[in-house]
Design a protein around this ligand. Sequence first.
Ligand SMILES: *Cc1c(COP(=O)(O)O)cnc(C)c1O
Length: 300
Amino acid sequence: MWNLSSRVHCLNQFPDEKVSCYVKRDDELGCGISGSKLRKYASLFPFLMAQGIKHLIIIAGHQSNNLLAALQLAREFKLKVTAFLIKPWKLELQGNYKLSRLFLEEQEIVWIARNDWPKVNELASDYLQTLNEPGFVLQEGASVPQAMNGASTLADDIRINEHILGLAFQHVFIDAGTGFSAAALIQGMARLNHSAQIYVLLLADDEATFRNKLKQWLELIPQNFLCFYPTTAKAFGSVNQTIKNEVKRLAREEGILADPIYAAKLFYESRNYIKNEQLEGNVLIIHSGGTLTMPGFDYK
Ligand SMILES: *Cc1c(COP(=O)(O)O)cnc(C)c1O
């Protein structure tokens, strides 16, 4: 029922002669649902069904990939939905929100003022208590413990790719929004005794925050990873000409659609890192998806 295997192929352009770069096409796992989200939901939804959950409370930004993904699956599995969304400065029916509203009625949205956002989990739990049916609060990014088994299928799938290609990866690059997918990869690779170094591009958190999350999600912190930060368009969600040029480069040189928020930033920063740190061997870059947000940006 859940296809969680995606291909790996070689890139055309390497940033350095000493490396061979490959991309994992998790962007191809789903059309409307980005790959990293589909993996999370592959264990979360069976859990929700087994628990007899009837109502999903989704915490999200109105433009988020996760809101759009959660709504599709909620409708498929006939769950009632309430979306707790952070109130934007200006609400426009465009981008992911335009698509999300196909699944979501106005009355199903609770707009949370920016000031109140730090206590949104509490507000959602309070709301859950008022329901007279079993419900579940889906935290931002679907980063809940029941999503961990699904998310960690990424590591198993990389192992399968290695067998098929007849090679081993020494370096694996992944982006981090909430950091949950990266945590699952770190844990999954450690469980497989895989010797690759994992490089986590922290798009939203600092390293201390990420390490605290690892402690919470994994209980112990493995040693098989390093963190790094964007060197350009540093704020989460921000885009500049350098990143737009990377979007265009990936299209023309690689034949890959890469969204500017996650994928293009990861490719750009991974290439920089490989060059600066003079990495050697086989490098894998995880393309997690997010392609549906691309029409919302101007690439000129
Ligand atoms: C949600 C998302 C991420 C980040 O995943 P986390 O588990 O929150 O770190 C990365 N890329 C895409 C396309 C996403 O939709």
